[in-house]
Design a protein around this ligand. Structure first.
Ligand code: ADP
Length: 642
């Protein structure tokens, strides 16, 4: 088959141009990282080749020593980074280099503020890899051939970072990839042996393949020059060293390599497990959430090695989805080298490694929570919402996970806070049996909810749950240390022994007395409500809505949402009224039927509003309000009753 060496010029995804400009600007002060990024890619390419060759030896093309070469030419003002790894086909080049194959790209661009300093912080979160070469180069060319393809299938990609790139098919004998950087004006200082070696040592010492710099030596006497290949890095897997031989700096650099992150990690967890199953884990908690954190299917964070050979990095077999923010490596001594991804799907050893790794992560989090409050707060802010999924997903570790959860609460509702369930339990009132919570769409809606009135009056703390995931968490999480969790918006208020006998009695009496009124309101509201009843949970508000305790697990919030979309079907809320409120007294005395109906509807609608729900017919609500205002402002003699 002949391959046309057709050359085409393609446009980058528009965002890439924008990204490049931002990156060059933001990362310039740290420009050396371009080399780390390109070496990381070369090392990943070698890893991939080694793995694919496990099942197809021919891919080695009789060259099994995998290496990375760094060369420079002061006259031509270029630096090249070459590997004999997996290489890329034409399609792969377009796919990998021409577009940013990351979910969340759009979101990233939306989050940019235009303020250089702020935006620079964001760039690390995005991870720019290959494109970092444009920090120092004004033209980058990449030549590559995928292992296993014939030499006619080489590809040359070239771009000046100006919004377009050229791609053409070339002949390339060597498998793997060569990246050539044509340096920008003023970057000549990089064209020096010692400079490049020291950058490599600093950022890439731990790369497991030799990084070679050919060095020209001149014999003093004969003036003959020879080229010697000098290996710059120690080429030792960092995780295989013992902890006390590794500096913080090395841990950090290795993190930046595995995670493709410019930031420092929050913490690392390094363990060697020995016994029937032997493996090493070196895992990191990043200090910032990546943009694709929400994508549960996207798991490229932890790499599996078997006796230092890279096997895979995209399998949720390594850590469960709720820990998908973790980065690092797991290296097993026992798994067979020729494992396929399919075998790994059902591998008992891998299951044990996974549960071991989860335990290590949980105890590291516990340690942080107890000893490094600030770091834990950062962890929670960045990853808490994802971590909460663990309550639903990971039954075996639920108790431990529950202790690591953090919430806002009425204990301090001046700002979003981070209260643990242990804190809550310690502060429980004498006689309080349950852990109370409210779910709402926002922190402000939660803390101002009428449902909290009685709790505030009695000084009973209520957790304020305001994230979407909380809905699901509360459906699965009913008990903490023997105390049940109780929604304050569901069922009849039952404060157990916190209840005041006199209050109870007063409510009963009011219920009897107001029975006719309750029935009249119910008649007006019809099937909007299941029931209208008296409550003593309110002190300031005239009425509120609660979910039926029989309603299938539905929280009030969800119930009302469903009502809004699908009025009149399914469970209905209960309207509870405050017998001591002046509006209720007014209503009792209201003789005008039409006005009574208006009051009843307003009570219902305003209760909906204070739950953050949408009114089905807001205009009518406003009309009714206005009519009542007019009535209040007009002398009784002038009111014309319809
Ligand atoms: P990342 O490495 O974070 O995925 P990059 O922009 O650095 O992002 O690289 C994009 C992709 O291009 C890589 O995931 C890889 O598939 C491919 N790639 C880059 N460099 C090489 C290389 N030297 N050999 C083979 N593939 C490469």
């Amino acid at each position: 088959m002949t391959v046309e060496a057709h050359k085409e010029t393609l446009g980058f995804q528009t965002e890439i141009k924008q990204l490049l400009d931002l990156m060059i600007h933001s990362l310039y002060s740290n420009k050396e990282i371009f080399l780390r990024e390109l070496i990381s890619n070369a090392s990943d390419a070698a890893d991939k080749l080694r793995f694919e060759a496990l099942s197809d030896d021919a891919l080695y093309e009789s060259e099994t020593d995998l290496k990375i070469w760094i060369r420079f030419d002061p006259q031509a003002r270029i630096i090249t980074i070459e590997d004999n790894g997996i290489g890329m086909s034409r399609e792969e080049v377009i796919e990998n280099i021409g577009i940013i194959a990351k979910s969340g790209t759009q979101q990233f661009f939306k989050s940019l503020t235009g303020d250089q300093a702020k935006d620079s912080r964001l760039i690390g979160q995005f991870g720019v890899g290959f494109y970092s070469s444009f920090i120092v180069a004004d033209k980058v060319s990449l030549e590559t051939r995928r292992a296993g393809l014939t030499k006619e299938h080489g590809v040359r990609w070239e771009s000046q970072g100006d919004g377009a790139y050229d791609i053409e098919t070339i002949e390339r004998e060597k498998r793997g990839t060569t990246v050539t950087l044509h340096l920008r004006e003023g970057e000549d200082e990089l064209l020096a042996d010692y400079r490049l070696s020291s950058i490599i040592k600093k950022y890439s010492d731990h790369i497991t393949f030799p990084i070679i710099m050919p060095k020209t030596k001149t014999d003093e006497e004969t003036k003959e020059t020879t080229v010697e290949n000098e290996v710059i890095n120690s080429a030792q897997a960092l995780w295989a060293k013992s902890k006390n031989e590794i500096t913080d700096e090395e841990y950090k650099e290795f993190y930046q390599h595995v995670a493709h992150d410019f930031d420092e990690p929050l913490t690392h967890i390094h363990n060697k497990v020995e016994g029937t199953l032997e493996y090493t884990t070196l895992l990191y908690i990043p200090s910032r959430a990546p943009f694709d954190l929400w994508d549960r299917n996207k798991q490229h964070g932890v790499k599996l090695y078997v006796r230092r050979v890279f096997i895979m990095d995209d399998n949720d077999k390594l850590l469960p989805p709720y820990l998908r923010f973790m980065r690092g490596v797991i290296d097993s001594n026992d798994l067979p080298l020729n494992v396929s991804r399919e075998i790994l799907q059902h591998n008992k050893q891998l299951d044990s490694i996974r549960s071991g790794a989860v335990k290590k992560v949980l105890s590291a989090l516990k340690y942080l929570a107890e000893n490094e409050a600030e770091k834990y707060a950062t962890f929670w802010k960045e990853f808490g919402r994802v971590f909460k999924e663990g309550i639903i997903e990971d039954h075996a570790n639920r108790d431990q996970i529950a202790k690591l959860l953090r919430f806002s609460s009425t204990y301090d509702d001046n700002s979003v806070s981070q209260i643990s369930l242990d804190d809550y339990v310690k502060r429980m009132k004498e006689g309080q049996e349950k852990i109370y919570y409210i779910t709402a769409e926002s922190f402000t809606a939660a803390k101002n909810s009428p449902h909290l009135e009685i709790f505030r009056k009695k000084g009973v703390e209520v957790l304020l749950l305001t994230e979407q995931i909380d809905e699901w968490v509360t459906m699965h999480f009913h008990e903490f240390e023997g105390k049940s969790l109780q929604s304050v918006t569901k069922g009849e208020l039952n404060l157990g022994s916190l209840e005041d006998e006199a209050e109870k009695k007063a409510t009963e009496q009011a219920s009897d007395k107001l029975k006719p009124l309750l029935e009249k309101i119910q008649a007006v509201l019809g099937d909007k409500v299941k029931e209208v009843r008296v409550t003593h949970r309110l002190t300031n508000s005239p009425a509120c809505l609660v979910a039926d305790s029989q309603a299938m697990d539905a929280s009030l919030e969800r119930l009302l949402k469903v009502m809004g979309q699908n009025a009149g079907t399914g469970s209905k809320p209960i309207l509870e009224i405050n017998p001591d409120h002046p509006i209720i007294t007014t209503l009792q005395n209201e003789q005008n039927k039409a006005r009574f109906a208006d009051w009843s509807h307003i009570l219902f609608d305003q209760s909906l509003l204070s739950e953050g729900a949408h009114l089905e017919d807001p205009a009518t609500f406003v009309n009714r309000m206005n009519q009542l205002f007019v009535a209040m402002a007009t002398p009784p003699s002038l009111i014309i009753t319809p």
